[in-house]
Design a binder for this molecule. Structure first.
Ligand code: PFF
Length: 448
């Protein structure tokens, strides 16, 4: 198969672009708010350090050694007699399931970019009204912006690795960081900053329950884009001489840093004016714009910058969610890139419409199962079940199935012997056991 290669910096930015997404700037702050701050953040950081990073190295390794689409890489690397492992490669399809709701949220962000220019809501009530009008009462508007998101993402993926994915990441990632660090500098000058800092970094253990732990572990996979072959697919285009360990470290670090910065910025603004952190998914769409209104015109400017950063983060992640299946269709079914993109985009656009309708007043019942909106079902299934399952398969494959000497010869020279032993222990024992516990807990077989 023909695979284009990223440049070194292009790969780092693309992988970081995949990891840094709505998960960092929208989800992480609201989850931290919901689950009480510090203790949740600590579980998240520990999981990233001890499991997330190891699995990131493992997933990159499969891509770099396999040099194929998700299914092809597993198939190629599995020893004779174990070729059934190729089915693990179907984890690439998770991306499309994620895209069904991810593109809806990107659509909301686009809508906000438009409406905020005309002024910010003055009260929480008003802000809630705007958000609810969009999500529950205006399916046509939601569908329109969802469609715009699908088209933009499709266009970039259609341009391919070099002139689409690499190019856009090299542009948007530095822009996003500039905006967020700029906002952090400003947040620094606010009184709310101190409170935000202690909210995020002083663990309050009484707030931590088993649900919070499971969500923190699940989120650490989501945020690093692990367990669905996005990193694997990008790594198939890794330049030959790239250092996997170093790259994984940079990507993990950037992703974590940006989540923490986003949290600090949002909570500083909120606490400055005494707002509450536990607003759930509406935190960024309802609480933040209302609070920013206190800054007058400057507030509109901040809001625009913030939602622009959110849009950039969303787009660079979305393309990595679509690319694995596109690559698969090109490799396996000889699709042209354009045909693959159009086919996949239509598919997830349709389910996305059903997902967004599941939040509306008029169609909510039709698109809900057992009172649960389709949107929530899709999100929960991917974030809490499919990604950890994918992570588990990656860990077991690299830890037990893949030729040990091949793994060692690549990684020992990058990590040194001692770190390699630690990594191998993590990938063979810590990661799979933690992930099995998590999945059993989720399906209710054990209770943490
Ligand atoms: N990491 C992205 C985020 O934090 O928003 C979401 C994501 C992208 C998950 C790509 C999985 C993936 F393969």
């Amino acid at each position: 198969m023909k695979i284009q290669r990223f440049s070194k910096i292009g790969f780092v930015m693309a992988a970081a672009g995949s990891a840094v997404g709505l998960g960092n700037i929208w989800k992480f702050p609201y989850m931290t708010g919901e689950y009480g701050g510090g203790a949740f953040v600590l579980v998240y950081l520990v999981t990233i350090a001890f499991i997330g990073f190891s699995v990131m190295v493992a997933e990159m390794l499969i891509g770099a050694l396999g040099r194929s689409d998700t299914v092809g890489s597993f198939e190629k690397l599995a020893p004779p007699g174990k070729k059934g492992w190729k089915y693990a490669g179907f984890m690439g399809f998770n991306g499309i399931i994620i895209m069904t709701f991810y593109s809806v949220v990107i659509g909301w962000i686009f809508y906000y970019l438009f409406t905020l220019t005309t002024g910010l809501p003055e009260t929480t009530q008003e802000a809630k009204g705007i958000f609810e009008a969009l999500v529950s009462n205006s399916p046509a508007v939601s569908i329109f912006f969802h469609t715009v998101a699908v088209i933009i993402v499709g266009y970039i993926v259609q341009r391919g690795i070099k002139s689409g994915i690499e190019k856009i990441n090299l542009l948007l990632m530095p822009a996003l960081m500039l905006i967020l660090f700029g906002l952090l500098l400003y947040a620094f000058t606010l009184d709310g900053f101190k409170e935000a800092f202690s909210f995020m970094f002083e663990p309050k253990w009484d707030k931590l329950n088993s649900e919070a732990i499971v969500r923190a572990v699940g989120h650490s996979f989501f945020t690093l884009s692990l367990g669905m072959g996005a990193i694997l697919t990008y790594a198939a285009s890794l330049p030959k001489e790239a250092n996997i360990t170093k790259t994984a470290l940079i990507v993990t670090f950037m992703d974590t840093l940006i989540a923490l910065v986003a949290g600090l910025v949002i909570f500083s603004f909120l606490f400055q004016f005494g707002a509450q952190p536990q607003q759930g998914p509406g935190l960024v769409f309802i609480s933040l714009p209302t609070i920013l209104d206190n800054f007058g015109t400057l507030g509109i400017f901040f809001a625009l910058l913030f939602f622009l950063a959110l849009a950039f983060a969303g787009i660079t992640s979305a393309i990595s969610l679509v690319e694995p299946v596109v690559q698969y269709l090109i490799d396996r079914f000889d699709f042209t890139r354009t045909k693959a993109v159009v086919f996949i985009s239509i598919l997830y656009w349709i389910v996305g419409v059903a997902a967004l309708l599941s939040y509306t007043k008029s169609y909510g019942d039709i698109f809900s199962v057992a009172q649960k909106p389709l949107f929530d079902i899709l999100e929960y299934t991917t974030d809490s079940i499919l990604l950890p399952l994918g992570g588990f398969l990656i860990a077991v494959f690299v830890g037990y199935i893949l030729d040990k000497d091949r793994v060692a010869s690549q990684l020992k020279k990058e990590m040194g012997n001692r770190l390699f032993t630690v990594w191998r222990f993590s990938i063979r024992y810590v990661a799979p056991i933690a992930l099995v516990f998590m999945m059993l807990n989720l399906i209710g077989i054990i209770k943490l």
